[in-house]
Design a protein around this ligand. Structure first.
Ligand code: ZN
Length: 326
């Protein structure tokens, strides 16, 4: 995916490709969340695609593109930092090891499977251990024909100068706030300003965090709709208790407010959980308005209480039982 703020870098690469002056190694660097990895993938797909589009992007439908999508293209290697072997640590330090780099270099010296480019992407290249970086040097000095190594890094100063000096560098600055907001809006993000602020201006982090919360919202929806499906909502209490209380109880309040709306006003009035309108309507039909109001007050009281004094799992169990008998 070429993001709107990467057009200049893309044009530059495509000009080199057309002039057959593509470098053998490039370093894509810039702050975390500016979309370097996406660019690396687009660039490798563009080189491997059998029939790229007019602006050089991969077609998405040829044999090579299918192999890339299935992550089985024999001429594309993807390396990223991994935990050390046989580690017992829960949060191990991730590194790119020398054996991985050696394997990669061997692969790049054998000929291409499709008589075209051979491409390797090294994600977080600054996580290469010293020996790994040294092992890469030879390939960087004498790469085979039609070989492209793409190093991606948010901390390029941590790469050995010997590696950096053998790569053509391409910088990826953050987009302006205006460009980032327009893009986030186009992705369907409901409050892009807030999301972008939380992400310190990095549009991809803003979007990913939003996607994470989408999953959590989905979890709450499943719990609240379990009884309609004849399932037990209590099974969700432990998972819901793991979410930040201010956020999850705020979402629960959205559901309660939706219920009140559907009971009090016309059936097609807008609700927050629009996606679940049919189920909400069923819940509204079977619930008692007085109990719904009492439940609303209960949720508010939990939101106001200090977290420290609360057993969140017990609270969620209580909230789910009460919800099922509204
Ligand atoms: Zn293609």
């Amino acid at each position: 995916m070429i993001y709107p703020w990467q057009q200049e870098q893309w044009r530059k690469m495509m000009q080199l490709k057309q002039a057959q002056r593509m470098p053998h190694a490039i370093l894509l660097y810039g702050e975390e969340g500016s979309g370097k990895s996406g660019f690396a993938q687009s660039l490798s797909a563009s080189l491997l695609c059998d029939q790229p589009t007019q602006n050089g992007e991969a077609c998405g439908s040829c044999n090579s593109c299918h192999l890339i999508a299935a992550q089985t293209h024999p001429d594309l290697t993807y390396l990223k930092p991994v935990p050390p072997e046989k580690t017992k640590s829960k949060k191990p330090v991730l590194n790119i090891r020398i054996d991985e780099i050696r394997k990669l270099c061997n692969k790049l010296t054998t000929s291409s499977q499709y008589e075209g480019y051979r491409v390797a992407i090294i994600e977080n290249a600054d996580k290469m251990l010293v020996q790994a970086a040294n092992a890469l040097l030879k390939t960087l000095e004498e790469p085979g024909a039609q070989t492209l190594l793409i190093l991606v890094s948010s901390r390029p100063h941590r790469l050995p100068i010997t590696v950096r000096s053998r790569c053509q560098s391409l910088r990826f600055p953050m987009p302006s706030e205006k460009v980032a907001l327009a893009w986030l809006q186009a992705q369907g993000l409901k409050s892009p300003e807030i999301a972008l602020k939380y992400a310190h201006g990095a549009p991809l982090i803003a979007l990913n965090q939003h996607e994470e919360t989408m999953e959590q919202r989905e979890l709450l929806a499943k719990a609240l709709l379990a009884s309609l499906n004849g399932e037990s909502s209590l099974a969700y209490a432990a998972k819901l208790a793991n979410l930040p209380k201010e956020i999850s109880l705020g979402w629960l309040l959205d559901w309660v407010n939706d219920l009140v709306k559907l009971k009090n006003t016309e059936l097609n009035s807008p609700v927050i959980n629009e996606k679940n309108r049919p189920q909400l309507q069923k819940l509204a039909q079977k619930s008692d308005l007085k109990r719904v109001f009492a439940y609303h007050d209960l949720v508010i009281s939990y939101i106001r209480k200090e977290t420290i004094a609360l057993n969140l799992q017990l609270i969620w169990e209580n909230l789910l039982i009460s919800w099922d008998s509204l």
